[in-house]
Design a binder for this molecule. Structure first.
Ligand code: ADP
Ligand code: ZN
Length: 294
């Protein structure tokens, strides 16, 4: 079965052709410009190749409710040219094949659940910590949507009293994305995270904020596995700090096998950076089999 996959990001689009086993035969990366410029290039890539379905993991917020008149739209994105753009409708018109559609982070958690370390798990969270922060949630075989889709990067965080940085989010003074995204690190410390590896205070504060958010997710969703990705998590020392901080914040209230083994509970992604695009292949497979929106 030949399937198409599109990881639609705010800065780049990754297009691939692969199969239902997550094998990728071919992929190309195209910069994200306006829909006028970028969409014809994407459509040409997929039209020139034979495939039975397409899976799209998209930056958002997006409309995922199949009953809504604007199903398939990118909604309130800060990228003005893509606001209210119906990406699914355009591909459906041009390609005429079934299309699976979900958030970029839901695609990543699906990739890990279908082909990676999250295989066989009932509840898994994938959090990316990069330019923005977003969370995908896989639960009982499906991707969690609810009334919209999770926006786990914007959960509110208790700011440390000594942290005078005002935050990077336009909507909230003290959400996780505002306090802990890559750009927040850069503004607070005056340098990009990439060159701050030798400053323990940077990562100790960062781990505190991430651990607060994870503690909330753990108590609310009871995940069996938490996967952390994105550029900021290239700072490997964060894993150790977060794994120590989360049990402190939980205060011993819950005891599980998973929490006793933090090294295998809070982990990096397992698919060499391909979890998103592989998840899009699985979205395509599911769309082809009529499981739209799962
Ligand atoms: P995006 O979120 O734009 O898709 P990334 O996940 O690579 O891309 O995130 C980019 C952000 O991560 C930038 O703010 C960058 O400074 C930060 N970042 C990238 N690599 C590192 C690193 N090794 N250490 C700390 N921060 C990093
Ligand atoms: Zn926010």
């Amino acid at each position: 079965m030949r399937l198409g996959a599109l990881e639609a990001g705010g800065t780049k689009m990754v297009c691939a052709i692969g199969n239902e086993s997550g094998e990728i035969f071919e992929n190309v990366t195209i910069p994200t410009e306006t829909p006028d410029v970028t969409m014809p290039e994407l459509i040409r890539f997929f039209q020139e190749r034979k495939m039975e379905g397409l899976g799209i993991g998209c930056f958002g917020p997006i409309q995922l409710d199949p009953e809504a008149s604007d199903y398939g739209c990118i909604t309130s994105t800060p990228k003005a040219a893509w606001r209210n753009y119906n990406i699914v409708k355009e591909f459906a018109k041009a390609l005429g094949c079934p299309i699976g559609f979900d958030t970029d982070v839901n695609a990543s958690v699906l990739g890990e659940a279908a082909f990676g370390q999250a295989k066989g798990k009932r509840c898994v969270i994938y959090l990316t910590i990069g330019t923005g922060i977003g969370g995908g949630i896989y639960i009982e075989g499906k991707l969690l949507h609810g009334m919209l889709h999770p926006e786990a990067g914007h959960v509110l965080i208790q700011r440390r009293e000594t942290d005078l940085y005002e935050g990077k989010c336009l909507y909230h003074k003290n959400c996780l994305e505002g306090l802990a995204s890559g750009p927040a690190i850069q503004e607070r410390w005056g340098q990009k995270g990439e060159v701050l590896a030798h400053r323990p205070e940077v990562w100790e504060l960062e781990a505190d904020y991430i651990a607060q958010a994870l503690t909330g997710y753990i108590l609310t969703l009871s995940p069996e596995l938490i996967i952390l990705g994105g550029g900021v998590m290239c700072q490997e020392q964060l894993f150790g700090l977060i794994r120590r901080k989360v049990p402190e914040l939980l205060g011993g209230y819950i005891q599980t096998r998973e929490l006793e083994n933090m090294e295998t509970y809070i982990v990096p992604a397992s698919l060499h950076g391909d979890q998103g695009i592989m998840g899009c292949l699985e979205l395509a497979r599911r769309a082809l089999h009529g499981k739209v929106g799962t």
